[in-house]
Design a protein around this ligand. Structure first.
Ligand code: CAA
Length: 258
């Protein structure tokens, strides 16, 4: 896969998609979001891949939507051109697990894109923020919705209304990220975590991801019913036969291709 604004690597069954516009701190433009959707869909459909990592550079995961590109937009360009609505949310259609491995600036649309990942591993140099108010706009890719659901109303309002950045330690305390690691260990840790996930049954991993995401869209009772259907269906998969027989035989399971 060749892209102008992304770099692509694979490590065994783990794919790494790296945002790559270093001169603009990985500001997210239309072309990059088209390319990101393309790469995500290709890895999602590739049976050789079990987990996807989305990352940026050490200096910036992404400093937001590209202000230079949108500065002269009018309402017709945004609503009429379906700006952001058209190609920013492909990541939400990906069924395999997507880890965000973030470092440096994770701002505005960059923070919103990070929150669309399944979970985040952050370097200790990461700064998260939703500074859109300082450039005279609201967030446009879920910042006012996913941030309060993740870190609570008070901290979300504080970040959204003051444009204050929070560091990795505060992000971990609030549940925005799952792990914080030294900057020079970020990719090593993310690939190790991705390899652990990719060694599981991809079918079961996709079911768990779908079921967790359901928790944000439904009541507890309906969500538990939804989960239970997946649990029952798991007994129709080779992964369940392999996992449980391996446990009883006291050997490691082999979920390759399951
Ligand atoms: N869009 C376009 N270019 C950007 C950018 C962005 N969001 N963020 C940084 N850049 C560019 C700068 O213009 C600069 O380019 P030049 O060298 O050509 O001048 C380059 O990246 C380096 O940036 P700085 O010189 O500003 O670097 P710094 O270390 O002094 O500051 C920063 C870093 C604090 C991240 C600062 O660049 C900044 O505040 N960026 C904007 C952050 C922002 O407001 N993001 C929200 C955008 S709106 C949005 O995202 C809407 C949405 O919800 C979808």
């Amino acid at each position: 896969m060749e892209y102008s604004d992304l770099l692509i690597e694979t490590h065994g069954r783990v794919a790494v998609i790296r945002l790559n516009r270093p001169k603009a701190l990985n500001a997210l433009n239309d072309n990059m979001m088209n390319e990101l959707g393309d790469a995500l869909y290709k890895f999602d459909a590739d049976p050789a891949i079990g987990c996807i990592i989305l990352t940026g550079s050490e200096k910036a995961f992404a400093a937001g939507a590209d202000i230079a590109a949108m500065a002269n937009y009018d309402y017709a360009d945004t609503f009429g051109g379906n700006y952001i609505g058209r190609n920013w949310e492909h990541i939400l259609n990906v069924r395999k697990p997507v880890i965000g491995a973030v470092s440096g600036f994770v701002l505005g649309g960059g923070c919103e894109l990070a929150m669309m990942c399944d979970f985040l591993i952050a370097s200790d140099t990461t700064k998260f923020g939703q500074p859109e108010i300082r450039v005279g706009v609201t967030p446009g890719a879920g910042g006012t919705q996913r941030l309060p659901r993740t870190i609570g109303k008070s901290k979300a309002m504080d970040m959204l209304l003051t444009a204050r950045m929070i560091d990795a330690a505060e992000a971990e305390r609030t549940g925005l990220v799952s792990r914080v690691v030294p900057a020079d260990k970020l990719m090593e840790e993310a690939i190790a975590v991705g390899t652990t996930i990719a060694a599981m049954s991809v079918t079961v991993a996709m079911a768990i991801k779908d079921s967790v995401n359901r928790a944000f869209e439904t009541t507890l009772t309906e969500g538990v019913r939804y989960e239970r259907r997946y649990f029952h269906a798991a007994f129709g998969t080779p992964a369940q036969k392999e996992g449980m027989s391996a446990f009883l035989a006291k050997r490691a399971p082999n979920f390759d291709g399951l």
